[in-house]
Design a protein around this ligand. Structure first.
Ligand code: ATP
Length: 456
């Protein structure tokens, strides 16, 4: 049986050190979560898997790590200052705020769904900009400020020339970035699904105009395959083509990859055809180039964001295909898929894909603080750790049943027990998380056994 509700996941995440409410001991802050010892490893593994498939396994993508603090000029010319908003409605009776497009799902702070509240007295909807601002420099008089970026994409566009100059890339090629993004969501909710601080994994893939639709389809297929490789059941994925009137200001077409989260079908990743809007908006000398999208005049940019077509010698502004995924939503989908209750075995087990497991192997001395067993266990741990496949840990609590239960719940693929026989014949017992089968492996073979398990 897999997880059927969010409470199961929230409880496991807290109990086993995946995710905690942020600023917890001071009452917490809405829409903010911290990733604990297991959560941080899961996140790192998910991000590494994305980076591997998007950058290392290809030859046409470069990486970037840009700043979070962003100049207002960037977000003015990207269109975010004018349009990055959600419709906000206030209730005059209880002073609560709601998103106008989510009223039917909204909870009244007095309890129950808003629709059922008799005393609701709502204002008209008005746009509420979702960007966070912060003062720059020692004087906070509003004259010098930066935004906390609401997406990682804009800094990719702004670095376009730096990257093409330093790498000699020409389309088709991409720039990938993983990092924090911030949105002052009106109603953060559903655990880590909608939060105010989160991470995005974004690829901006630059192509020649006219080849954009083909590349859009290509990236959509690639991304669906990747989610399946992370253990997300394709049966729970639905593709939604965003309707023309709901498209973002920059988009010609967008597919939302929707997933059946415990709270309902919602967006996991967006794959958009952003046309030449972004580079066209941020380039100088806009009139010198054919820009197909509607861009506003830019008198601030110091740089032309163009590429020369090597055959025609004409300078052009590439189109952009953007797969943009949220790390937190990915973690939530993956935990939901992996969460398994086996009543027959009286256990809860996270059947994570092994490359995502926070702990790759737990090495357990059978008897707590027995120096010979602990020394040998430490030796096994160091040997496996040095292979660089992820975190290996020692469990020196002496309670093997408890250790198995804990490692089942955090998704550790193998538990390696060092017992008294190990001291005599240099072998250990390896227990498999999913089958619970145990086998005896010689210490001379443990490294190759472990490596081949994780490399397969
Ligand atoms: P939504 O419609 O759910 O608000 P969006 O269309 O605004 O999402 P995008 O701007 O396309 O989202 O951002 C790309 C990805 O970033 C989303 O698919 C999602 O995975 C993630 N994301 C966006 N907003 C949040 C948030 N508030 N909390 C967590 N992840 C988010």
């Amino acid at each position: 049986m897999t997880a059927t509700n969010m409470e199961d996941l929230v409880s496991l995440c807290k109990r086993r050190g995946f995710i905690f409410p942020s600023n917890d001991i001071y009452g917490g802050m809405k829409g903010l979560y911290d990733f604990g010892p297991m959560g941080v490893e899961l996140k790192i593994n998910l991000k590494n898997s994305w980076w591997k498939s998007i950058v290392y396994e290809r030859d046409d993508v470069e990486g970037l790590d840009s700043t979070i603090l962003t100049s207002p000029l960037v977000l003015q010319h990207s269109g975010h200052e004018d349009t990055f908003s959600d419709p906000l409605i206030d209730c005059r009776t209880c002073k609560a705020r709601f998103r106008a497009d989510q009223l039917e799902k909204s909870e009244c702070p007095r309890g129950g769904l808003l629709d059922k509240c008799k005393s609701k007295d709502l204002t008209e909807a008005r746009p509420f900009n979702l960007m966070f601002k912060t003062a720059i420099g020692p004087v906070d008089d509003g004259s010098s400020f930066a935004y906390l970026r609401p997406e990682t994409a804009q800094q990719i566009f702004v670095n376009f020339k730096n990257i093409t100059d330093s790498t000699s890339r020409t389309p088709p090629f991409g720039i990938a970035q993983i990092g924090k993004a911030f949105r002052n969501e009106i109603t953060p909710r559903n655990f880590i699904f909608r939060v105010r601080e989160f991470e995005q994994m974004e690829l901006e893939f630059f192509v020649k105009p006219g080849t954009d639709e083909e590349w859009h389809k290509y990236w959509l297929d690639k991304r669906l395959q990747w989610w399946s490789d992370q253990g997300v059941n394709s049966q729970k994925i639905k593709l939604l083509e965003v309707e023309k009137e709901e498209l973002s200001h920059y988009s010609k077409a967008t597919f939302d990859i929707m997933y059946e989260f415990p709270h309902g079908l919602e967006e996991l990743e967006g794959v958009a055809n952003r046309t030449d809007f972004d580079l066209g908006s941020h380039t100088k000398n806009q009139d010198d180039f054919k820009i197909s999208s509607k861009v506003k005049e830019n008198k601030d940019s110091t740089t032309k964001l163009v590429i020369q077509d090597l055959e025609t010698k004409e300078w052009f502004i590439p189109f952009v295909i953007e797969p943009s995924a949220g790390v937190e939503r990915g973690v939530l989908a993956i935990l939901n898929e992996a969460y398994t209750v086996e009543e027959e075995n009286n256990r809860t087990v996270l059947k994570l894909k092994s490359h995502l497991s926070p702990i790759k192997a737990a090495v357990i001395p059978l008897k707590r603080n027995n120096q010979d067993l602990v020394n040998l266990a430490n030796k096994v741990k160091s040997e496996l750790q040095s292979l660089g496949l992820g975190r290996v840990m020692i469990e020196n609590s002496g309670n093997i049943g408890k250790n198995y239960r804990r490692h089942d719940e955090i998704g550790t693929p193998m538990c390696i027990t060092v017992d008294f026989e190990s001291l005599e014949n240099q072998s250990v017992t390896v227990r498999d998380r999913d089958t619970m089968k145990q086998e005896r492996i010689s210490l001379s073979e443990i490294s190759s056994y472990y490596s081949s398990y994780f490399k397969n």
